[in-house]
Design a protein around this ligand. Structure first.
Ligand code: UT7
Length: 318
């Protein structure tokens, strides 16, 4: 595969740390020093579908394709208020394409899952062009009366169009079974036959320190494995486009790899953690700002609930 178009959309409302400190027991100093986040965008007047559609349209325009030229639409989403139909079906109705659609839930590593599936579809000649949209609103599963997770998560959508090419040098997905490190159960209807107490739903629970430790460990391990497989060394990578979960996680990975700071672009300072949309949004921002040159080698890496991780090395060909 190769990436031929990028797009992104963030909600219009900017929420600063001080705004959160008005109703949560927290402060700007704690949030910015522990996470790197200074503000984030949260949905107010727009829906997640609006953001996903806007990011998709921009990616199509950037690819120079019309909606009918898309052969598959894959949406990466953890949760939204549609249990059914899939987000990808709703997005395609808005953008006007008529291709097969499906969603996948790979938590914060969902963009890499979608790339793996897209690569397989392109290799078997089942598609020429695939739209990958990562649309996430993790802010909607936080408990907004508590400070632990509501300071981290935010909303947005990032999209890419991929087509046949040989830019993808390596991709690696892993899952270590660990349900408890980040868990959130959706509340569904109860049937008259269900025995009360059999299926108790849990609100969002996250062991932040454990996620931090596992994130640094898995990202480094995956990046090293891909470098060994391809012969592309850490020095040969131009940019490390990592999941924007915590600036300290990014710094730890950078220190382990012994690479300079300029190779690790970030937007977490103003976006917060937008789950799987994080990497495609950052890619779109970097491309739009003229920071990516044809031939640049990019390393992508993300991790999240599962515990899952996904990484890739891809040459920028646009
Ligand atoms: O996409 C994957 C999703 N998840 C992640 O990426 C999470 C990864 N983990 C992290 O980013 C960090 O672990 C957190 C930012 C969640 C927490 O940072 P930490 O440095 O691991 O802090 P901590 O949980 O060890 O808490 C340190 C102190 C505690 O107080 P005491 O026990 O030392 O008195 C907390 O109660 O900070 C307190 N604290 C806060 N204080 C002010 C926790 N949250 C807050 C807060 N504001 N929002």
């Amino acid at each position: 595969m190769k990436i031929i178009g990028t797009g992104s959309a963030l909600p219009s409302l900017e929420v600063t740390n001080d705004m959160l400190a008005e109703f949560l027991d927290t402060n700007d100093e704690w949030i910015s020093s522990r996470t790197g986040i200074r503000s984030r965008r949260l949905r107010s007047t727009e829906t997640l579908v609006d953001l996903a559609v806007s990011a998709s349209r921009s990616a199509l325009e950037s690819a120079g394709l019309n909606p009918e030229e898309i052969d598959f639409c894959i949406c990466s989403n953890v949760a939204n208020n549609y249990v059914t139909p899939a987000m990808s079906c709703i997005i395609q109705q808005h953008i006007g394409s008529h291709c097969p659609c499906f969603d996948l839930n790979g938590a914060c590593a969902g963009f890499l899952d979608a790339m793996e599936v897209a690569e397989a579809l392109l290799k078997t000649d089942r598609a020429e062009n695939i739209l990958i949209v990562c649309a996430e609103e993790p802010s909607r599963f936080c408990n907004w009366e508590r400070r632990e997770t509501s300071i981290l998560f935010a909303d947005g959508a990032g999209a890419v169009v991929v087509s046949k090419g040989d830019a993808l040098k390596a991709i690696r997905l892993t899952t270590v079974p660990n349900r408890d490190v980040i868990v959130y159960q959706r509340r569904l209807e109860t049937t008259p036959f269900e025995v009360p107490g059999v299926d108790v739903t849990e609100p969002l629970k996250m062991n932040g320190r454990e996620v931090f430790r596992m994130a640094v460990e898995t990202s480094q391990r995956d990046l090293h494995a891909m470098m060994e497989e391809t012969g592309i060394s850490a020095d040969m990578i131009d940019y490390y486009v990592l999941h924007q979960a915590n600036l300290r996680i990014i710094s730890s990975i950078r220190e382990h790899l012994g690479q300079p700071e300029y190779k690790f672009p970030t937007n977490i300072e103003r976006t917060g953690n937008i789950s799987s949309a994080s990497i495609p949004i950052l890619l779109d921002e970097l491309y739009s700002a003229g920071r990516l040159k044809k031939g640049d080698m990019l390393a992508l890496s993300a991790f999240g609930a599962g515990f899952v991780s996904g990484s890739a090395i891809i040459e920028w060909t646009k």
